[in-house]
Design a protein around this ligand. Structure first.
Ligand SMILES: [Zn+2]
Length: 502
């Protein structure tokens, strides 16, 4: 069987729009010398097909897909950088404006998308097996203690089946069948957690950093402002991200690109009006931004900063949401938080360093806005300058958690000139514990909740069937002692063992 995705000597093959004939035609591709091949090679019997679309390289295989259930062709947003092992883009890239105009349409599209992706995966699995690669290898992790990130009871004699980079099945020894072909990894005495996610880093584009995070079991990081893109929005930022994501030893990089602000403001990528904001945010999303980050800041680091207007902030968040993209905001005070909540951001970066009123905390909780506290940052600044920002931030966090707020772990790695933890963010973890969060709450902040903040809740953050197999396996129980988070037994990233301390 030929793999139609990468047939080797063919380039540029696929379904194309023939502008002269005004119809979609089947194109055999070019040979190595660039001569078009006129045959249609191997498409017979394939029930779905790909439309070769030139677009952001961030996307692999954005496609027209035939949905056999609906009996019509649907649009598919494509896969992320590493292709098969990456989750599909839920939006449909440049078509999203049409598709997201009403929720019924979107639901229909999502159903079609799921059908298509299932077909794509099964087809690829067959193709890879036929090509003799290990794409169909099955791993069975047995006997470990499962802490699945959902907050449910621990499973002491667990079984996790991993196939094609995904969790195919998860359960207990009694109710989970182990395929005969599976390679068994015995994890007796070990504790299995979802791969950790640091939802606020900078310098995520430094390959050594991504490796260090992945080795520590932090298998995903969310870069909230790329220094080299500080003042411009360049699509190459997202190309670079995709290239880094091709290498499985790197932690998965989620990127907002530049930090959006006003002229001369905190951050760098300036918008000048609500209208300008719409254009630039659409540009970032077209370029491949995973999320949009804005700066709401007027007084920090001994400087006064011009700040985005509420209208501009609203326009930015609204534009992102129209495109199905989440928005996050840098804040440092209660008044910034208020502006972020009015605009409806999905999460806020940094715990406020002035006391937040109970009313505002409750409003944040009710809106479901996630808070990413970055206590490591506030602790470092407070120590250096003799401030009590860290104490106030911890108190705010304690009140927020008490009120039922959702917390995601993020440190602001490298966002300030001081040493930050690279790898497992133990300082942040300990600060969260000091603020009264339980080990289970901290683990969920670093897994399930951080996955939501990354807009990857469907693919990451918990150990459940169908999710990407990113796992952190420890030698001791982190619920007894958080220091066990640094006692790594195994790290699995996209279903592949990338660190083995057995
Ligand atoms: Zn930051």
């Amino acid at each position: 069987m030929v793999n139609p995705i990468s047939p080797g000597p063919r380039l540029g093959h696929g379904l194309c729009y023939d502008a002269k004939a005004k119809q979609v035609v089947l194109f055999g591709g070019f040979d190595k010398r660039g001569t078009p091949l006129s045959d249609t090679w191997g498409w017979d019997g394939v029930k779905w097909f790909l439309l070769a679309v030139s677009g952001p390289p961030a996307r692999k295989w954005p496609a027209m897909a035939y949905d056999p259930q609906r009996g019509e062709t649907i649009l598919f947003g494509g896969l992320g950088g590493a292709g098969r092992s990456q989750p599909p883009f839920a939006d449909s890239w440049r078509w999203s404006v049409n598709l997201h105009t009403n929720s019924a349409g979107r639901r229909t599209f999502m159903r079609g998308l799921i059908v298509f992706f299932a077909l794509l995966l099964s087809f690829l699995a067959v193709s890879f097996a036929a090509l003799g690669s290990d794409g169909d290898a099955v791993l069975a992790l047995i006997q470990g203690v499962l802490i699945d990130g959902t907050g449910s009871e621990l499973v002491t004699d667990s079984v996790i089946i991993i196939r094609g980079g995904l969790i195919e099945a998860v359960g207990s020894n009694e109710n989970t069948e182990i395929p005969e072909s599976a390679q068994i990894i015995d994890l007796a005495g070990a504790y299995i957690l979802p791969g950790f996610i640091n939802a606020h880093v900078h310098s995520g584009y430094v390959e050594e950093n991504l490796r260090a995070w992945a080795q520590a079991g932090v298998t995903t990081v969310r870069d909230l402002g790329t220094p080299f893109a500080w003042t411009t929005a360049s699509e190459s930022v997202f190309d670079d991200r995709d290239q880094l994501n091709e290498d499985n030893v790197n932690a998965r990089l989620i990127s907002v690109g530049p930090l959006v602000t006003t002229v001369g403001g905190y951050g760098g990528y300036a918008v000048t009006s609500p209208e300008d904001a719409r254009v630039k945010i659409n540009g970032l999303i077209d370029g491949g931004a995973n999320l949009i980050k804005i700066a709401i800041e007027d007084d920090l680091q001994n400087r006064r900063w011009p700040m985005l207007s509420q209208e501009e902030i609203n326009a930015i968040v609204e534009t992102a949401h129209e495109r199905g993209v989440k928005a996050t905001a840098h804040i440092s005070t209660s008044s910034h938080l208020q502006m972020a909540l009015i605009a409806g951001v999905d999460d806020v970066a940094h715990m406020a360093i002035n006391p937040v009123s109970g009313e505002l905390l409750n409003q944040t909780v009710e809106l479901g806005t996630i808070w990413v506290p970055t206590l490591e940052l506030w602790r470092g600044i407070s120590h250096r300058y003799g401030l009590s920002w860290d104490r106030t931030a911890r108190r705010n966090l304690a009140n927020f958690v008490e009120a039922g707020g959702i917390v995601a772990l993020g440190t602001d790695y490298d966002g300030f000139s001081m040493p930050f933890d690279l790898g497992m963010p133990m300082t942040e973890v300990k600060q969260m514990a000091q603020a009264g969060m339980t080990p289970m709450q901290i683990i969920q902040a670093a897994t399930r909740n951080a996955a939501v903040a990354c807009d990857m809740a469907e693919q990451l953050g918990t150990i459940e069937q169908g999710k990407i197999a990113d796992l952190l396996i420890l030698n001791g129980n982190p619920l007894d002692d958080l220091d066990h988070l640094e006692d790594v037994h195994l790290v699995i990233h996209n279903g592949i063992v990338i660190r083995d301390n057995r």
